[in-house]
Design a protein around this ligand. Sequence first.
Ligand code: NBX
Length: 833
Amino acid sequence: GKEKWPRGDESVWKEGLRSADEDVSSITKSIVHHVQTSLSRQAYNLDDLGAYQATALSAKDNMLLNWNETQLAYTRKQPKRAYYLCIEYLMGRTFDNAILNLGLKDQYREGIDQLGFNLEDLIDKERDAALGNGGLGRLAACYLDSSSSQELPVWGYSLRYKYGIFQQLIAPDGSQLEAPDPWLEHLNPFEIPRYDVQYEIRFYGQSERTTKGRAVWSGGQEVLAVAYDVMIPGYGTKNTNNLRLWESKPKRGFDLQSFNAGDYERAVEASNSAEAITSVLYPNDNTTFGKELRLKQQYFWTAASLADIIRRFKSLDKPFSALPDYAAIQLNDTHPTLAIPELMRILVDEEEVPWDDAWEIVTNTFFFTNHTVLPEALEKWAVPLLEHLLPRHLQIIYDINLIFVQSVEKKFPGDRDRLARMSLIEEGYPKQVRMAYLAIIGSRKVNGVAELHSELLRTTICKDFVEFFGISKFGNVTNGVTPRRWLDQCNPGLSALITETLKIPKSEWLKDLKKLQGLLEYADDPKFQKKWAVVKQTNKERLAHYVETTLGVKINTKAMFDVQVKRLHEYKRQTLNIFGIIHRYFTLKSITPEERKKTNPRVVFFAGKAAPGYYIAKLVIKLIINVARVINADPDTKEYLQVYFLPDYSVSVAELLVPASNISQHISTAGTEASGTSNMKFCLNGGLLVGTVDGANIEIGEEIGDENVFFFGHLTPAVEDLRYQHTYHPVPIEQKCPALAHVLNEISAGKFGEGQTYEPLLNTVRHHDHYLLTEDFQSYIDALKLVDEAYLDQSKWLKKSITTCAKMGKFSSDRAILDYAEEYWSIEPLTVE
Ligand code: NBX
């Protein structure tokens, strides 16, 4: 018979049920309780870190109740769910976001105050969860916030890296140094270890084909995947989704045979190699590396996640053909593409589903988002490496390819070139598997992350596939950002002003960001403009305070704050910015002190990490720092131009920079930045945008009006032609762009430290100029001149700033996640009562 639930006396269970701590006195009680028990500390020796931990644990208890309700509702109602597979989640801090989403920040502030601490100090004790490189990882984090807030059943899956993105230090000579990020060295109050959720993951070994296209994969190394759950609270709802992170562990503690033989090193070798899998996040953004450990990470993560998804599906007792009715799996970039052959392996080898039926299931379950068109970022794995590490998966990939190539041949008979172009296997030494192609053919739909990017996909990387599958397989979902973190949390002053002005509850516009349009009627109102300006000024002072405590310098907060923060990459053209600054410096030097007084003082902030092996990107950091040193010390100009490089850029540092900008720069070569997402954050906070006609900049312009954006530079269709010219009809830089040539010559001549150091960087511009600095420099300088002119008329400027914010509604990640839910995954909101 059925087991009775709950066991024992139901009323005793009911008696013990806890409800959330929502009033100040239950909150303080719960904090004190955690101090005493979870931390086993006392009031008399409690520091800020301890107080933060106890408070975070109390917030976690509140989230857990909602989490449990949510998971129970999912289990009972069995909705179709979406799974977001992303190898990075750049979460930042959790505590502040959690109490805001729970709607308990005021209560926590009051409680903390009563206990003799300051809430902001405690918030600052939390370390960032920096399990990501940049845009891709932060996008995943925003999407989780939106999925909970929109009450959508979505789970994230990723890896629990012991070390997140490296900590960036800057040496006295301007070199970037990397230090580990041991973010787990203190208690992490927000994760729940699930020792009962474990899977065995195999590597290496042999695959023997049997009958009916099946095979048996055996031998090799087996590693355990252990689940850790992170709760994702929605804003203004009980719905609390889950981010499940896998940790690798040895299957057996150590090798007993070697241990008994006295060979202790040998005994722990296997366990060390198992633990290595989830030890560190790869610090490369938009490049591939081809390392075996990276491939191991990808397989370990996708295999554990699929095992978990399939176990959950099997508990529903439905035929496998129903999998696409219960699960949509989003492949975020090609990093989880092995999930495609892995699901084929599970279905065909383990569940004995016929190959064609299995393929039908697979291609209705997966969805694929591409995040870049840069050729160096397109993942390919060497066939010999795959064969060694995942012998069965390689067989499956070959089988998928054979069938696919045959169907292409059928549709385009005799078109040999086309077959070679579209094959999953790229010929060469060694042969390589093209992961993007595998993701395309194995998915229901494919999308890019902004209109221009999706169009470029359709006409370049996916061109042959559009011709084969038809255009409707290839869509677009423009990225978005969560207004909870990127406005309410990071800019409380602006959030309060907006709420007061719109005369609606905060929760209304934060969940329906188009409501910001209500600000438009005040855009000209001098009283409102004044308040708007005061908020910006306060944020600039908050940033200045941070800079003073980290760099020890005082900043003129009356100056225009000009910000470029993002990963260091040639295509993002931080070089254009620093060369422009040098040009501005020379111009300032060449005019009289009286003329200088009429110029608009400017403070330029840079921040961002360079991949440790990216030599040119590291040189750019060095150049910025040495230029800053010279300019900041020059008595003729220091009042008018200051440059700072803030070390160790992170989500938390972004939360200080974004609300404080007057302008921000998004100046990639046209056609290279798939979308960009910080552009949205700055605009949402009333910072104006200086940018190229690229990625989501274009759609921002469409929304807020091109007259409110400082666009410059060549357009995407011109880029290819210009590059061709540069290669086959090069024109000397002195002729092409004398102003830039002068800047480069002065750097060479040693104006900013040993000129020789920078030659490799300067030569990338003098020869080839792949990213077209010589083509865009003049129009960039002209755009910045327009910025200066516009800033002189503060009332007009404020109107632009207000209008920009008011028209950013489209870029909420709520809109984006609803797009995915409706157009791709076919999942529906499920409200947790
Ligand atoms: O994804 C970024 C794009 O460059 C941005 O334009 C876009 O807005 C953002 C979100 O769609 N891509 C990105 O951040 N890529 C990576 O971080 C990355 C990391 C590892 C890797 C390849 C790319 N192997």
